[in-house]
Write a protein that binds this ligand. Structure first.
Ligand code: ASP
Length: 315
């Protein structure tokens, strides 16, 4: 079975005009680090579930992306992070929503999955599961970055003034995610996010909703989404890709492209990464860009930001 790992760092990309060479290089390197970390595991015979966990941890630790360290803030200037992961082999799943504390929210989701009980946990009981799993915790200050605080202040000032919303995608949202296929042919998906900048406190997006922002099933595909969460939830984005493959015989490419086009017709801006039991991953989006990358059997790293050709690098 050919191993494969694809990742995204969210559809909240900087405008082409704001993307200096230095920033672009840093984004590409951040993506490559996540690919290297997840792929190292896959190459050693590790599971798809472990590979997506590792890749997402790397992206959560990187303040350039909206998840973990560098997550965006709510309209109450609080941090509420969502994360989920799913195993395609047996549909085991775990997710947390609205949490702040565990250094890596994806590990809190993993702890929920490992308990094999409820699949989606919130609040103090979710944090207690993370504590029981001995996960490292961080104070809120760890997750905060100057650019996210500034983006929140700009957005709150804009709302107070009644001015139209002309923010860049980078100021609005972002997410990180990974999909993988291991040597045994098993698929897995993981997604983690701070959500939308200045989202209403208590709002939960598509990331921790299985079948919306995150889904994995060995028979069809693993999917991780990024974008306007409400639309991805209402149109069950990830599950619909799997359904089109399962019941209609669509190829992964057709299903992924059609869904992302249809979402845009319903006001859903964003993108997704998807991987099937064989073949290459699909990395599609209907907005200006999506931080993204993939690595296949030969170890060549592919990364891209907007609609340019993939930048290729050795492992
Ligand atoms: N989908 C995320 C959410 O709605 C945000 C994003 O990916 O940009 O929470």
């Amino acid at each position: 079975m050919s191993i494969c790992l694809a990742i995204h760092g969210g559809a909240g990309t900087l405008r082409q005009s704001d993307l200096t060479e230095a920033i672009a290089a840093a984004r590409h390197e951040g993506l490559r680090q996540a690919l290297r970390r997840g792929f190292a595991l896959l190459r050693q015979g590790g599971s798809a579930l472990d590979a997506v966990t590792e890749a997402v941890m790397e992206l959560e630790d990187d303040p350039q992306f909206n998840a973990g360290h560098g997550a965006v803030l709510t309209d109450h200037a609080t941090l509420e992070m969502d994360a989920a992961l799913m195993s395609g082999a047996d549909r085991r799943a775990g997710a947390v929503a609205g949490i702040c504390g565990p250094r890596n929210p994806i590990l809190a989701a993993r702890a929920v999955l490992d308990l094999a009980g409820p699949v989606l946990m919130i609040g103090e009981p979710a944090l207690n599961i993370a504590r029981a799993a001995n996960l490292p915790f961080e104070p809120a200050a760890y997750f905060l970055t100057d650019s996210r605080v500034a983006a929140l202040q700009r957005e709150l000032a804009r709302r107070a003034s009644g001015a139209p919303d002309t923010r860049s995608d980078a100021d609005r949202h972002g997410t990180v995610g990974a999909v993988a296929r291991d040597h045994a042919g098993h698929l897995a998906a993981a997604t983690s996010t701070g959500g939308l900048t200045a989202k209403r406190a208590g709002r939960v997006g598509d990331t921790p909703i299985f079948g919306a922002g995150t889904f994995a099933d060995d028979a069809t595909c693993a999917v991780s989404c990024t974008g306007t969460g409400e639309v991805f939830i209402r149109y069950t984005a990830a599950a619909d890709i799997a359904a089109r493959i399962r019941y209609r015989g669509d190829s992964l490419a057709t299903a992924a492209h059609d869904i992302i086009t249809e979402l845009s017709q319903h006001g859903g801006d964003g993108g997704l990464i998807a991987l099937g039991p064989t073949g290459a991953p699909e990395l599609v989006f209907n907005c200006s860009g999506m931080y993204r990358g993939f690595v296949t059997e030969d170890g060549t790293l592919h990364t891209a930001i907007h609609r340019e050709a993939f930048c290729v690098a050795a492992l």
